[in-house]
Design a binder for this molecule. Structure first.
Ligand code: NDP
Length: 373
């Protein structure tokens, strides 16, 4: 979309209208209320260094289903336009960006002034304003008892689906609905729904347990995820692709295999953390030092879950063919992010597990892709 616009059109469409602000306010208020009142499994987070554990109500799937149903009914009744997001994408993007800046400045100020000593709220101040604003000061800040980190990642993932649905409506309306668009929409919708089915797994991920809440994370969750992960959809609105049957079959295989590896690896680790004796692929697990799983996917490479995620990301772009690098933004970005993250995670694990980690490295020498990396 951006590529088709000249600056005279682009700049005005970046100025948030009052309507885009209302959309964001409605969205955040809905998520806050739904997150609090809808039923859902309450999960205890990982044990923090002071022995405390946060609680997360995992009702994202219900909140998302209800939201889509409400929006669908409102669209049918003509109260909202299903094209609202697709037509006002840039305005919403800039409104979200301004929100990210404001909210992270507020987080910076409250973090700096906090005298809380608990692991989740203890301020970590380096003294460098940009660093502290970017990386955040507190691990799990809250607003009106809402865990903001969990809230923002949920908002981002749901936002991605809502943007996609609006793009889908736009392609139906302008008569450009194609096999590529259908494939892209199905893969992303399955990925996002699966995320919410397994929302509890999120509570033990790096972002939740190790990253403080600053601009990097808030921007990543609220803007980066929904607006850049949907580039393929925006691109397909303006470009036609002819897919052959073998290409469609190959694309589906990349998705299915990627999903099995991604979900399988994350599930095995999650189950292992809950009960280290649970069999892995029908056999007793290989465990290093009583703490690290070295069988199943975790015996093939130290981050098979990243490999699966990368295959999934590729499957979201393949429907766009290979005529342009633009739709490959997401897999390329994810490759860079996950390699960087895997390096940081290795450092953290080496410090935490010491000789146990060294033994694990010996048993499982591959980082992400066996025999390659
Ligand atoms: P992981 O879920 O891989 O978590 C890493 C942590 O798991 C380590 O710090 C360690 O924590 C524990 N661990 C590592 N190895 C083992 C082992 N062998 N046995 C037991 N525990 C182990 O990483 P992430 O949180 O980064 O990723 C979670 C998922 O989210 C991945 O599938 C990833 O692809 C996806 N993701 C997607 C992104 C996107 O933009 N699409 C961005 C980032 C992640 P501990 O101290 O608890 O033992």
């Amino acid at each position: 979309m951006l590529l088709d616009m000249d600056l005279g059109v682009l700049l005005p469409s970046l100025i948030p209208s009052s309507q885009s602000v209302y959309v964001l306010v409605f969205y955040f208020v809905y998520l806050a209320v739904a997150g609090e009142i809808l039923p859902g499994k309450v999960i205890r987070g990982v044990l923090l260094s002071d022995g405390s554990q946060l609680r997360y109500r995992c009702n994202g799937l219900l909140a998302l289903t209800l939201l889509v149903a409400i929006l669908g009914i409102c669209a049918k009744l003509g109260i909202v336009s299903p094209l609202m997001v697709a037509d006002r994408g840039l305005e919403l993007l800039s409104a979200t960006f301004i929100f990210c800046v404001l909210v992270t400045l507020a987080l910076y100020v409250t973090g700096r002034n906090s005298s809380d000593k608990s692991s989740s709220l203890k301020p970590h101040v380096s003294g460098n304003l940009v660093h502290d604003w970017w990386f955040g000061i507190q691990l799990n800040p809250q607003f009106m008892s809402i865990d903001l980190k969990f809230f923002f990642v949920r908002a981002g993932m749901m936002g991605w689906l809502l943007i996609n649905l609006s793009i889908l409506a736009k392609s139906v309306q302008d008569g450009s609905l194609s096999q590529s668009m259908i494939l892209y929409q199905i893969f992303c919708a399955l990925y996002i729904l699966d995320y919410f089915v397994h929302e509890e797994y999120m509570t033990s991920t790096w972002d939740i347990i190790a990253e403080r809440l600053g601009f990097m994370l808030v921007f990543g969750d609220l803007l980066w995820i929904p607006f850049t992960f949907s580039i393929q959809g925006w691109w397909l609105l303006h470009n036609k692709v002819e897919l052959t049957v073998p290409a469609i079959v190959a694309n589906c295989l990349v998705f299915v295999i990627g999903y099995m590896v991604f979900r399988g690896a994350n599930k095995q680790k999650h189950i292992f953390k809950k009960n280290p004796k649970t069999p892995i692929w029908g056999k007793p697990p290989v465990v290093v030092g009583g703490k690290l799983l070295a069988s199943g996917y975790w015996g093939i490479a130290r981050h098979c879950n990243y490999l699966g995620d990368l295959m999934l990301a590729l499957s979201f772009s393949l429907p766009c063919g290979i005529s342009s690098p633009v739709p490959y933004f997401y897999p390329i970005y994810l490759l860079i992010l996950l390699i960087w993250r895997e390096r940081r995670d290795e450092v953290r694990c080496a410090e935490k597990y010491k000789e146990i980690w060294a033994e694990y490295l010996r048993l499982v020498p591959w980082r992400i892709l066996p025999y390659v990396y």
